[in-house]
Design a protein around this ligand. Structure first.
Ligand code: SAH
Length: 359
């Protein structure tokens, strides 16, 4: 049995079941055994592949989007470019390279990475240094230098912990992780769940319905709003999830590119749940931010000109044309990342409309 499982079984025996959110936090970020805390987990030989790991086109287009946003902010120097959960640094490397198109943007950009995982910080540092980019690592958004900012998070929100609730014949109950002998098992909390934790549109759903709420999302959006009201800026998030609050169990584990049992070996698999973009949009509007999207990743990348970029890359390397065509499809096709992922942009009031989104 792995050491985290032993610790969690003991903890549950002592203090009772864990919420799914508590379980996710242990599994992902425990300093000794957490999934992200102990390994650089993504990429071809890791457990899953993200959009920037799929093709350089993704980070390049976000680089051009960032340069455009910088112009719309009034070309401030310095301008903080802040990435949440940079993984292996692929997006930032491609963003940096694409920034060459606008040298004044590159000269003004100060790169800040928010990454709790020590092994990933090392990978990011090495890979950014190899392309001549300098970055600082910060613990939290509140620690980022003040002033105009462009914030980016790809597949970051989906690993923020969620709580899950099941509608039973006797009302809503929180789903928890308990123990049965030496196994971790799902169960339901004894008492009723506080109704204000259930998304309003799902409260009246029938028995069997499942609702998820991201415990830290409202404080995260509040922190973003404080930042974007203090100095002009935009935040772009791209993630797995639906544009509307749909309900349903989306808590999942992925290991070696396959779906896995989330309770079998805690800390050994990536745990995520879909992002509720309607919830983010509502929270952001409630904080006085301007919201663009959500729109499908495919529509967003297409509006930014990914087809032209793919053609240029194919011309430069004709032998790679079939690979580039496949990567393009993976990023934009409606039944692949193009439709399963959404992009949303939260901006300070008073800026021009964000590029890539319908006005
Ligand atoms: N953005 C990258 C990596 C996505 S994987 C890409 O698209 O390739 C998720 C990333 O979020 C990892 O870097 C992980 O370590 C980080 N992460 C996980 N929990 C986090 C948290 N609470 N705060 C900030 N980063 C977190």
């Amino acid at each position: 049995m792995n050491s985290l499982k032993r610790r969690l079984l003991d903890l549950i025996a002592q203090d009772g079941p864990l919420t799914i959110a508590q379980y996710m936090s242990f599994c992902l970020l425990d300093p000794e055994a957490g999934y992200y805390a102990t390994r650089p987990a993504l990429g071809g030989d890791g457990d899953f592949i993200t959009a920037p790991e799929t093709s350089q086109m993704f980070g390049e287009l976000i680089g051009l989007w960032s340069a455009q946003s910088w112009l719309e902010l009034g070309s401030p120097n310095p301008c903080q470019v802040i990435e949440f959960g940079p993984g292996r640094g692929a997006l930032m490397i491609d963003l940096w390279r694409a920034g060459k198109a606008l040298p004044a943007f590159r000269a003004a950009a100060r790169l800040n990475l928010i990454e709790p995982s020590a092994p990933l910080r090392r990978v990011q540092g090495q890979r950014l240094a190899a392309v001549g980019a300098r970055a600082d690592w910060i613990d939290a958004l509140e620690r980022a230098p003040a002033g105009p900012a462009i914030l980016i998070g790809n597949e970051f929100l989906d690993c923020l912990p969620v709580r899950q609730f099941l509608r039973t014949e006797r009302g809503w109950r929180e789903r928890v992780v308990g123990r049965d002998g030496e196994a971790l098992v799902f169960g339901l909390a004894a008492g009723p769940a506080p109704i204000d934790l259930i998304p309003a549109s799902l409260r009246e759903a029938g028995a069997g319905a499942v609702a998820e709420t991201r415990a830290g999302l409202s404080s995260f959006v509040r922190a973003l709003a404080a930042r974007l009201h203090a100095g002009p800026g935009r935040a772009l998030f791209i993630d797995y999830g639906a544009a509307e609050t749909t309900g349903g169990d989306t808590f999942q584990a992925v290991r070696a590119h396959r779906s896995a049992d989330p309770l079998a070996e805690p800390g050994e698999a990536d745990l995520t749940a879909h992002v509720d973009f309607a919830e983010i949009a509502a929270l952001a509007r409630g904080q006085g931010l301007v919201v663009a999207g959500p729109i499908g990743q495919g529509a967003f990348l297409t509006a930014l000109g990914i087809a032209l970029r793919a053609e240029a890359l194919k011309k430069a390397q004709p032998e790679k044309a079939p690979v580039i065509a496949r990567q393009l499809q993976r990023l934009i096709a409606p039944d692949q990342m193009g439709g399963l992922f959404q992009a949303i942009c939260l901006s300070s009031p008073g800026l021009p409309p964000a590029a890539g989104f319908p006005p």
